[in-house]
Design a protein around this ligand. Structure first.
Ligand SMILES: [Zn+2]
Length: 467
């Protein structure tokens, strides 16, 4: 019965899905993003969006000031959040043409950089900060704190010489009790109006979706986006851009193969919460979910190669636990409160379904590792397990592919090279098609009848090995 729940999704197909698929195709038709940081994708589309082109952080007496130079005034809304402690400044859409590394401590600006835990604060209680899009039309500044602060002033002033505007965020010292009290007050205030999900264009599984016969749906999930850059590589390479390019290229491959349908959780540079990614996969009727990331290590630049992760309550090893912890920080990075994660409700078949789903996830992970060998670089122990939140759909076989390490010179050169991307996405596409072929998906009509489209194959059955 549980297998039926997994497999029902194969035939799920709707207007909603078509809209998403169309969006994916539009994205595929778009010109390829440059390897260097695109300075102004938002402004090109919306001339009225204010541009931020300068930032400064400085201590002034007992306070710390973070200022952004803008081309036009904005209306900021600021509050504090705990776990971890942060100051959030919500803004209308702003096109930040500023290197994200400016907000990171020096230790994290080395090759293979990412915010180093325990690094010296940048100034005062400001440990680091970041900025960017969190949803359509909404930008945000997130300031990570090294100690309790009080928001003294957040305002938009006229710019120097009366041109443009300057966003000023001024923070003063505080004590722990006052900070917690302020966070609680701000939380109550934000909870008062009906909570709006950050972005939710599609609803979770909709019973009204007509079960049209269809190819299996593969949901590709480029990690991070918007304010969440993911790992930072040398020469300004950002994980969020690399994985988006990879996902778009893989989507094009898969669509061309005509054996599966593809939906992307994001096709532009926008932040999406982890729970929302899972919801989008389930709403699209995913038969397979592939989250795409790139790793980084600050202390060992010799480690390289791809790794495939699947969900597990207990991590396979310390390294897998580290990667899961890092990737699970995405919501906090985007400035979300813990309660913004609207977890899916479970049902009576949850555990049984999840067990079987994980078995299929493991089959795909082994299949993918087998095919990836064709293009060489694999991490040692290339299939690992840990508690990734983005892999938590209990009824969608899900893997997280770390395509390589931005901290490795050889990996970074490959990850940013179009011809390597072509080869790598071709291999992943073959693995996806091999996975479904092994389960009898070449006869999709069977899904419409409710018969077992896996052709009776047990999930533990090994995939056909690549030659
Ligand atoms: Zn990542």
């Amino acid at each position: 019965m549980a297998v039926g729940i997994i497999l029902k999704s194969w035939g799920r197909f709707s207007c909603l899905w078509r809209a998403l698929a169309a969006a994916s195709l539009v994205a595929l038709a778009a010109p390829s993003m440059a390897q260097t940081r695109p300075p102004s994708t938002q402004a090109a589309q919306s001339p009225s969006v204010p541009v931020a082109d300068g930032v400064e952080l400085a201590n002034a007496g007992d306070s710390t000031r973070l200022t952004f130079d803008l081309t036009a005034r904005v209306d900021p809304q600021a509050y504090v959040l705990t776990d971890p402690d942060r100051v959030i400044v919500d803004l209308p859409e702003v096109d930040f043409q500023i290197d994200p590394a400016r907000g990171q401590p020096a230790a994290a600006r080395l090759p293979g950089r990412r915010t180093a835990s325990g690094a010296q604060p940048l100034a005062g209680a400001v440990a680091s900060y970041r900025f960017g899009l969190v949803a359509a039309g909404k930008s945000r500044v997130v300031i990570d704190l090294a100690g309790p602060v009080r928001i003294l002033r957040v305002a938009c002033e006229p710019g120097p010489d009366g041109r443009g505007a300057r966003l000023v965020i001024e923070l003063g010292r505080s004590d722990r009790a006052s900070f917690l009290a302020e966070a609680a007050r701000a939380g109550r205030e934000r909870a008062a109006p009906a909570a709006q999900p950050l972005s939710s264009p599609i609803s979770p599984r909709d019973a009204s979706i007509s079960p049209e016969t269809s190819l299996p749906v593969v949901v590709l999930d480029p990690g991070h986006g918007g304010i969440d850059t993911g790992a930072l590589g040398a020469s300004g390479a950002l994980e969020k851009d690399i994985v988006l390019e990879f996902a778009k290229a893989l989507a094009a491959r898969l669509e061309a193969g005509k054996q599966v349908r593809v939906v992307l959780t994001r096709d532009s540079d926008v932040f999406i919460a982890l729970g929302e990614r899972v919801r989008r996969a389930r709403a699209a009727g995913a038969a397979l979910f592939i989250s795409i990331h790139a790793d980084t290590l600050t202390d060992d630049r010799s480690v390289s190669g791809a790794t495939v992760y699947t969900a597990s309550d207990k991590a396979s090893d310390a390294e897998a636990a580290r990667v899961a912890e890092k990737e699970n920080q995405a919501d906090a990075t985007g400035g979300l409160d813990g309660r913004d994660d609207q977890s899916d409700v479970t049902d009576i078949l949850f555990d049984l379904t999840r067990r079987e789903t994980r078995a299929y996830s493991n089959v795909f992970a082994r299949t993918l590792v087998g095919y990836w060998k064709d293009i060489g670089s694999l991490n040692k122990n290339p299939h690992r397990f840990a508690g990734f939140r983005v892999l938590k759909a209990h009824d969608v076989p899900s893997v997280l592919l770390e395509v390589g390490y931005l901290s490795s010179d050889s990996d970074l050169a490959e990850l940013t090279a179009p011809d390597w991307r072509e080869k790598a996405t071709a291999v992943v596409a073959r693995a996806v098609e091999g996975f479904f072929r092994a389960r009898g998906s070449e006869n999709p009509a069977r899904t419409a009848t409710g018969a077992d489209p896996f052709g009776g194959l047990a999930p533990v059955m090994a995939p056909s090995a690549p030659h």
